[in-house]
Design a protein around this ligand. Structure first.
Ligand code: ATP
Ligand code: MG
Length: 566
């Protein structure tokens, strides 16, 4: 199948968000302007779910000649930090997107305050002195109206005075809140006099101690969209029930012009065998259950980057899963499939032996070194070749030898021929064991007429093994990763402790690996295919003389199996 799309295909493949935007444009809404925003709260690192939001927010702007701004939704100083602001910027850029401007919800604290004062003056908001527990208990249920607060009809002047004194720091946190006065019997629970301001004494990472009251999400988000001129405010499905409140505040704020922002919701990304909430990811980091936000087992953008995922593969994956109105959970195998597809095209092939045993080619001259030509990438002839040293003593994988092998073992076993990749065909002649019966050396004889490229090299041989030279290879550490959790959807296991669900074998560190000399020049994050083993990258922990690799993904395409089953 071709990847080239005709105009017709492109039209057909519009997602529902693109269709909405095109309809708005056709109707001349907002004077034909398209403006979106990506609004993270700087309270953690971005995860792959955020990548889905980023792709649509920036993607819509790119597609319709609009702009996309980055807005930090920094309305809760207790949880937010500049470290997160910086990491968010880095991750968006790494994914390949460019914001128009950077805004902060905290830029609007004065405007939001003024708007709140206006609502009090219009008897649309009041100071409630009840605790948040009492307020919650009075909310009612979707079928039962709530109970009105005894403070609901207090004089305007009293609320104005208290609101000001709240911000002067006169009251302790939780002592009182500002609530919108809407409808305690509304079938939409969010209309039952929502809290719109609360007292927080913790200093803010940008505004310091100027403010002691902070707006709630519902009182900041839509208004920020409005102040900035956002036309399409794209978010996840859980905000669908907030939309009427979003529109309610916009109506009160809106001037008499033709502009208004519109909220559109899509299904959030959930992936199997991981969690996707910043709160839980923070817990993993804080409790030392992983080695930081960029631990290669984390579903964070920086975790995937360190693991060796490319930004292309993440974008291709997001493109494949698409945007709908139905929540679900995506098989992580689909993401692995996307990275394999991309690395297959761009990763040079090299040789590495993870669990080495010595192979001695007994009829090969001692001290002789032959430079073998190894193809860098069979998918890309322009990638050329590199040279690898062939010597009498080699390392092969321990698993590739078996003394008493079953019939279908097409690897190294006495009496059988195998091809050594890019070099000769050799015949195994036996092995040497230590006193405990462990194999310590394997022996073989090579056929000098079978060097790759020679006519005899066409002999039909079932197995091809990778190898490195004992003398010329380099020591390396290799980190193998497995799924972080043992259950498909950890967030659904409400009755079980989070810790019980962690996979105790999610990280395996191999310290005796050998890699070909070519890898001495590798730079952190460089991608490789280790022949027959998988895709790997160089970890930034590597130092001069100490190479450390991460396994990004194995070669086996488990996704194909998944597809075949369905
Ligand atoms: P979390 O629930 O993980 O803490 P959040 O929703 O609080 O995330 P924000 O920083 O508020 O995180 O999110 C910024 C944007 O990213 C929002 O528009 C939000 O809807 C979107 N987003 C968050 N998680 C996902 C996800 N799993 N899939 C798609 N979009 C997401
Ligand atoms: Mg949020």
């Amino acid at each position: 199948m071709s990847d080239l799309k005709t105009n017709e295909d492109v039209k057909k493949s519009l997602n529902f968000i693109e269709s909405i935007v095109e309809k708005d444009l056709a109707e001349g809404k907002n004077s034909g302007r398209v403006q979106t925003r990506f609004p993270p709260e700087p309270n953690g690192y971005l995860h792959i779910g955020h990548a889905k939001a980023i792709c649509i927010d920036f993607g819509i702007a790119e597609r319709y000649n609009g702009t996309c701004n980055l807005r930090f939704d920094d309305t809760n100083p207790v949880k937010e930090d500049i470290e997160y602001v910086d990491s968010i910027k880095e991750d968006i850029q790494w994914l390949g997107f460019h914001w128009n401007k950077i805004y902060y919800a905290s830029d609007y604290f004065q405007q939001l305050w003024d708007f709140a004062v206006k609502l009090i003056q219009e008897e649309k908001a009041y100071i409630d002195e009840q605790s948040s527990e009492t307020i919650a208990a009075q909310k009612g249920t979707p079928t039962q109206p709530g109970i009105e607060s005894p403070y609901r009809n207090r004089p305007i002047e009293e609320s104005l005075d208290l609101f000001k004194r709240m911000n002067d720091g006169e009251f302790e946190e939780g002592r009182m809140t500002l609530r919108a006065k809407i409808d305690m019997a509304s079938p939409n629970m969010h209309f039952r006099d929502p809290i719109i301001y609360r007292i927080i004494k913790h200093p803010h990472h940008r505004t310091g101690t100027i403010w002691k009251v902070y707006p709630m999400y519902d009182f900041a988000h839509g208004q920020s969209d409005y102040f900035e001129g956002v036309t399409h405010s794209i978010c996840t499905l859980e905000f669908e029930v907030h939309r009427p409140l979003y529109d309610y505040f916009i109506d009160l704020l809106k001037e008499n012009d033709n502009y208004r922002p519109r909220q559109i919701e899509f299904n959030r990304l959930n992936l199997t065998y991981t969690v996707m909430s910043k709160r839980k990811l923070l817990q993993l980091v804080k409790e030392g259950l992983v080695n930081g936000w960029d631990d290669p087992r984390m579903p964070t953008i920086c975790g995937y980057r360190r693991r060796g995922y490319t930004s292309e593969s993440i974008r291709n994956f997001i493109d494949k899963i698409g945007y709908t109105k139905y929540d679900g959970i995506i098989d992580v195998a689909l993401l692995e499939h996307a990275v394999r597809e991309d690395l297959n095209i761009c990763a040079p092939r090299v040789s590495a032996v993870l669990n080495p045993v010595k192979l001695i080619i007994s009829n090969y001259p001692e001290g002789q070194v032959e430079m073998m030509e190894a193809v860098n990438n069979p998918e890309d002839p322009s990638a050329g070749t590199h040279r690898i040293e062939f010597t009498r003593e080699l390392y092969i994988e321990r698993d590739d030898f078996m003394e008493n092998a079953p019939k279908k073992f097409f690897r190294m076993t006495p009496g059988q021929e195998v091809r050594l990749k890019s070099s000769y065909i050799v015949k195994c002649t036996g092995c040497k064991k230590d006193e405990n019966g462990n194999v310590i050396e394997v022996y073989a004889e090579y056929d000098p007429l079978t060097k790759s490229g020679m006519p005899e090299s066409n002999r039909k041989i079932k197995g091809t093994l990778h190898w490195v030279s004992v003398e010329h290879s380099l020591p390396a550490e290799v980190r193998l990763y497995d799924r972080l959790f043992t259950v498909e959807n950890p967030s659904e296991e409400k009755d079980r402790d989070f810790h019980e669900l962690l996979n105790p074998d999610s990280l395996t560190v191999l310290t005796n690996c050998r890699v070909e000399k070519e890898l001495a020049n590798a730079k952190p994050y460089d991608h490789f295919q280790f022949q027959r083993l998988g895709y790997f990258n160089l970890d930034p922990d590597s130092k001069e003389g100490k190479l450390i690799f991460n396994r990004t993904v194995s070669l086996k395409d488990t996704w194909t199996k998944v597809k075949d089953k369905s």
